[in-house]
Design a protein around this ligand. Structure first.
Ligand code: SIN
Length: 193
């Protein structure tokens, strides 16, 4: 049985004080932070970060699944030359208390450079669930991942809604993410749609 406290990243994230003395910070979101902005922000802009790909390789015990039947949510995996599109939010550091709680199932805050559509860039933060965290599941065949997503549900709702909301949000951003769209197709096929 895994120790759920070990997967709780709140304490580690509070030690990440890099931007604490800033009035405002840019936060890069690439998963649910794109489609579910349940926090106050000053402004938001589509943005991208380099060297990472989005993958449904992180287990979710607390939002889209349970400890007994974890769902799957996205994290970022290093890949040379890759570009991950998402949404950047300008927030005050006070918002991190809420975000650290929301992202506590394995996600750590990292400093990152991010680029906006007009080519300008800035430094900010991103939450990444690294391969070492207890809830990390890693790769699996697409059909298997889609099946797990189709069957899992947790306190934040069905895992399928996370995948479908994300693919919808990526389409709105004009982003082609083959991994996410393939899983969406597999999920709908599994559901007979
Ligand atoms: C993010 O959206 O940036 C992190 C992963 C998630 O909360 O789904």
């Amino acid at each position: 049985m895994r120790d759920t406290v070990a997967a709780n990243t709140i304490t580690a994230n509070r030690r990440m004080s890099r931007f604490d003395d800033h009035d405002e910070v840019w936060l890069f979101g690439y998963g649910s932070l794109i489609f579910k902005a349940d926090f106050p922000y000053i402004t938001r802009r589509p943005a991208s970060i380099r060297g990472w790909v989005r993958r449904f390789w992180q287990g979710s015990h607390d939002h889209r699944g349970t400890p007994e039947a974890p769902g799957r949510v996205v994290t970022l995996i290093r890949e040379k030359g890759a570009v991950c599109e998402g949404m950047a939010y300008r927030i005050t550091p006070a918002v991190f208390e809420h975000l650290d709680y929301r992202e506590k199932n394995g996600y750590l805050r990292f400093a990152t450079d991010m680029t906006f559509a007009d080519g300008s860039h800035t430094e900010g933060l991103v939450y990444i669930a690294t391969t070492e965290n207890d809830a990390f599941l890693g790769p699996a065949p697409e059909a298997e991942i889609a099946r797990q997503i189709a069957l899992a549900t947790g306190p934040s709702g069905p895992n399928r809604d996370y995948l479908l909301n994300l693919s919808h949000a990526l389409r709105e951003l004009d982003e082609d993410d083959p991994h996410v769209f393939a899983l969406e197709r597999q999920l709908l096929a599994f559901e007979g749609k």
